[in-house]
Ligand binder design. Structure first.
Ligand SMILES: [Zn+2]
Length: 112
């Protein structure tokens, strides 16, 4: 049994007393106090962990967004190249068709 100071009136009381005999202030048990402290500790730890997870999640999402934007730029460039080559090939096709028609006309001319 040890003497502690009452948090209310400051008089010395037994640490085993449930309440201060001078002012009637209920004294929290040492065990309960520790338990309360540990609950607080875990709440703080959980909050810190949550914030850390949120920060990591945010960083990961941000990096993903940057990567996506970069990829979409590359994709756009690729699409442009594809479009250009399609245009060129369709132009070449129409040129080829013109050439075929000319060939046909030439053939017809030579048959006549
Ligand atoms: Zn007291």
């Amino acid at each position: 049994m040890a003497l502690i100071k009452c948090p209310e009136c400051g008089k010395e009381i037994s640490n085993e007393a449930k309440a201060c005999p001078h002012c009637g202030k209920p004294i929290p048990r040492e065990k309960g106090k520790l338990f309360y402290k540990s609950i607080n500790f875990w709440i703080v730890m959980a909050a810190v962990l949550l914030v850390a997870i949120m920060v990591i999640f945010f960083i990961v999402q941000y990096n993903k967004g940057v990567e996506k934007a970069r990829q979409s730029d590359e994709y756009k460039e690729l699409q442009e190249i594809i479009d250009r080559s399609k245009k060129i090939s369709s132009e070449a096709e129409s040129d080829l068709e013109e050439l075929k028609e000319m060939q046909d006309q030439l053939d017809r001319l030579s048959y006549d």
